[in-house]
Design a protein around this ligand. Structure first.
Ligand code: GLA
Length: 379
């Protein structure tokens, strides 16, 4: 849908048809949050919302990019002089990603681009990762670059870490590049190996945006990461992935109470995430339900990245589905979305309960997205 839109918009902006259109999806994480940057495990799925880019190569070094959803702004810059923009923050995803591409592919030329996407921004569904991966895919296609999906994901992450300023892990970009239709993916964030995990037929991927405005997300996120790295260092290990729950328990007295809880979240979440793959493969929804609930509780109590609105949404949904489905917050937290796996026949009842209870309890309107697991941009 947005592929057609960018094509039409391109024709309006540049009075010619685009050479090509590329698309990269956003993602929802079923379980395994704040584990990726600890070299741990995650279980995300790419979703049927994403970023589309219509593009034509130029034979000079200029980039002209029109962003339909960002106040219909156009940003222009030269490939040999890429600077951070304070005025068009959205353009930094293009600038940062191109700067990273140029490190290994200096032969690329400029391009005319039109971007539009339907991933809700700032909702924890990875609108930025889908933007970065869509940019890499566009330049790979325009200039026939030798970059596979894993490399593309690493480039997007590097742009985010070094140019945009968020020390995110690899999950969002990797699933946007390598997701498989109708599947989630167990990803080992240390060696980047992954296994597709079927989403049991009859289960809907039900996402609710709490519409809580997320503030200071990057600094709170970066702080969590730093706390985790400090605990790993305490154990002389490269990452929390390498610390067992027993080791952590026995060092309890040597860590601050807060550091202990942060690490306990990561270590237990890794175990839950690996187990979730087994549960999904066995179609064991009751087990999935327990794992998702434990994950949410841990993110709320130990990692402290939920909000009362997200906790409330989880309770509302849980009260309808019980052990016939699972529900938890998803993504970085501090606002944004919750995700639920719900038997298709219960979707109407859950929708009604959320639309009724959430505004009453929190004075906010929820947005509900019923998603399907989609194909990554490089798959
Ligand atoms: C954000 C980051 C990811 C990951 C999640 C939390 O989405 O971009 O790398 O850390 O938060 O799981």
């Amino acid at each position: 849908m947005s592929d057609n839109l960018v094509k039409t918009l391109f024709e309006q902006q540049f009075s010619a048809s685009p050479e090509l259109v590329c698309h990269a999806p956003g993602r929802v994480n079923l379980i395994g949050d704040h584990t990726d940057y600890n070299d741990g495990f995650v279980l995300p799925a790419a979703i049927n919302f994403g970023t589309s880019i219509a593009a034509t190569a130029r034979d000079d070094n200029k980039i002209v990019v029109y962003a339909h959803d960002c106040d219909q702004q156009t940003s222009e810059f030269q490939l040999d002089n890429i600077e951070f923009s304070e005025y068009m923050m959205w353009s930094n995803y293009v600038r940062g990603t191109l700067k990273v591409i140029l490190e290994t592919c200096p032969q690329i030329k400029g391009a005319n681009l039109v971007v539009s996407g339907n991933v809700p921004q700032g909702a924890g569904l990875s609108s930025s990762a889908s933007f970065e991966v869509a940019i890499v895919k566009t330049f790979v296609s325009l200039f026939d670059l030798d970059i596979d999906g894993v490399k593309a994901a690493l480039m997007g992450q590097r742009a985010e870490n070094t140019f945009v300023g968020c020390n995110c892990g690899i999950m969002d970009q990797l699933i946007s590049a390598m997701g498989q239709q109708d599947h989630a993916m167990l990803l080992d964030c240390r060696d980047l190996s992954f296994e597709d995990a079927p989403i049991p037929t009859g289960l809907s991927v039900f996402i609710v945006n709490s519409n809580v405005k997320r503030g200071l997300v990057d600094s709170a996120y970066n702080l969590r990461r730093q706390q985790c790295e400090e605990v790993a260092k305490h154990f002389n290990q490269p990452a929390l992935r390498d610390v067992s729950l027993e080791q952590l328990q026995s060092a309890k007295g040597q860590l601050s109470e807060e550091s202990f809880r942060r690490a306990r979240h990561v270590i237990t979440e890794n175990t839950r995430t690996v187990e979730a793959l087994t549960a999904l493969k066995a179609n064991d929804i009751a087990r999935m339900s327990i794992l998702m609930k434990a994950s949410h509780d841990s993110l709320r109590d130990d990692f402290e990245v939920t909000t009362k609105e997200m906790d409330g949404l989880v309770d509302i949904i849980d009260s309808v589905i019980g052990n016939q489905g699972g529900v938890r917050m998803t993504g970085g937290g501090f606002g944004g979305c919750v995700v639920a796996l719900i038997p298709a026949e219960m979707v109407a009842a859950v929708t009604a309960e959320v639309e009724n209870q959430y505004p009453q309890q929190f004075g906010l309107q929820p947005n509900i997205y019923i998603c399907t697991a989609s194909q990554g941009a490089f798959r």
